[in-house]
Ligand binder design. Structure first.
Ligand code: S3P
Length: 429
């Protein structure tokens, strides 16, 4: 990825057109990993060329899995639960936390050693949250003060099943433990009190039990995922930028076909609607076990809102763009219970607060969130993106709605999840 890719963004009047979104990153990572250890051949239709899912695909190939890449699909020749092979070199997870955390679960159960590295952003993200439960299962993992590089001394006979209560709402930690559970001798369970995205449970067909406000997800050791066809929907997290952009730019109308609408992902839809957004869902249907639909968004005046509690994990990746929406709404938007944002590709609370302040917004920073007072125009500014795709895209949208030109530093980092993001904006402005 290019290091110097600053991008000038001029204000826009309106955005009008149809946008084809990149395929869902969370589902893509999982489809490639599950297909790799399935018995037989899987076809993944619409596998995205975004950098993060491509990191997973490279790792899977480095583990001895044959992958054929065609125009519209990748074909993965699964090696079975115990068929992965020791990689020749290190496994590079790039910027992708999902690659590192989910793959670690699988690698803990292999009979070889592997080393996982990441880029400068991933190398400072916390890995103790996975090495701790994997350690309880008997895995041996070396880290550097709880950070990557991770050296995983896999050994299937050492893994024991555990029941693990998630200390943070994290689908990556949940999935890591469940994937290690595939290699444990017996049933491994994860207990979560705040529902995080449930793609792993859906895609592996795991049993789920609701107990009061908790959910218990259980995997049976020794059961390989089924080889199958996956069709990946458009990424709601990518749609989020368009939903906010069209809402705040008068006269806009954007249609997005085939968007994933898994309820554990669409918290932003509910929040934006409560703020006054005009968003319609058409042609609701199901594809590969995930609800999808076409989204149509028209501009509408937004008012501020308070967002906290249970909904936060269901819009965690959308908070940077939600904060931008807040800055462009009437009244105060306050986001709390979102301390996890400090551990994403950047410290997203600090990055959003700094970016909005640079644009002249009134923002208060809290340890677990922020409050922004809208109602006055944003000014074009120079925005630091901290090697974080969602910060770059959120502020590119803010820049469209600002007065004067903005510069988004390291703008190409958007390719991590949304290649062609800026070209798409140029096409529909
Ligand atoms: C993801 C889970 C979330 C999310 C990330 C993707 C996943 O991370 O922020 O972008 O695919 O499981 P956490 O598990 O750290 O909350």
């Amino acid at each position: 990825m290019s290091v110097s890719s600053d991008r000038i963004i001029e204000p826009a009047d309106a955005l009008v057109g149809e946008v084809e979104l990149p395929a869902d990153k969370s589902i893509a990572h999982r489809s490639a990993m599950f297909a790799a250890v399935a018995d037989g051949t899987s076809r993944i239709v619409g596998f995205p060329n975004a950098a993060d899912p491509q990191s997973t695909l490279s790792c899977v190939k480095a583990l001895g899995v044959r992958v054929e890449e065609a125009e519209d699909a990748v074909v993965v020749h699964g090696e079975g639960l115990h068929g992965l092979r020791a990689p020749d070199g290190i496994l590079d997870c790039g910027n992708s936390g999902t690659t590192m955390r989910l793959l670690s679960g699988m690698l803990a159960g292999q009979s070889f050693q592997s080393t996982l590295i990441g880029d400068e952003s991933l190398s400072v993200r916390p890995m103790g949250r996975i090495t701790s439960p994997l350690g309880e299962m008997g895995a041996q993992i070396e880290s550097t003060d709880g950070h990557a590089p991770l050296v995983i001394h896999g050994s299937p006979e050492r893994l024991r099943p555990i029941s693990y209560r998630l200390p943070v709402a994290s689908a990556q930690v949940k999935s890591c433990v469940l994937l290690a559970g595939l290699y444990a001798d017996g049933e491994t369970s994860v207990v979560e009190s705040k529902p995080s995205r449930d793609h792993t449970e859906r895609m592996l067909g795991l049993s789920r039990l609701e107990m009061g406000n908790e959910r218990i997800i259980t995997v049976k050791g020794g059961t390989a995922p089924k080889a199958r066809m996956w069709s990946i929907p458009g990424d709601f997290s990518a749609a989020a930028f368009m939903l906010v952009a069209a809402s705040v730019l008068d006269g806009s109308l954007i249609r997005m076909p085939r968007v994933g609408l898994n309820p554990t992902r669409t918290g932003l839809l509910d929040v934006l609607r409560a703020m006054g957004a005009d968003i319609q869902i058409q042609n609701e249907r199901e594809v590969s076990g995930e609800p999808i639909g076409d989204l149509v968004v028209r501009s509408a005046p937004l008012s501020g809102i308070r967002v906290d509690g249970e909904i936060v994990p269901n819009l965690i990746d959308e908070i940077p763009i939600l904060a931008v929406a807040g800055a462009l709404s009437d009244g105060v938007t306050e986001i709390r219970d979102a301390g996890e944002l400090r551990h994403k590709e950047s410290d997203r609370i600090a990055a959003v607060v700094a970016g909005l302040r640079a644009m002249g917004a009134d923002v208060e920073e809290f340890e677990d969130g922020l409050a922004v007072t809208g109602g006055k125009p944003l000014n074009g500014a120079d925005i630091a993106t901290h090697h974080d795709h969602r910060i770059a895209m959120a502020f590119a949208i803010a820049a469209l709605a600002a007065k004067g030109r903005s510069t988004i530093r390291d703008a190409a980092i958007a390719d991590v999840s949304f290649p062609g993001f800026y070209d798409t904006l140029d096409r529909i402005r």
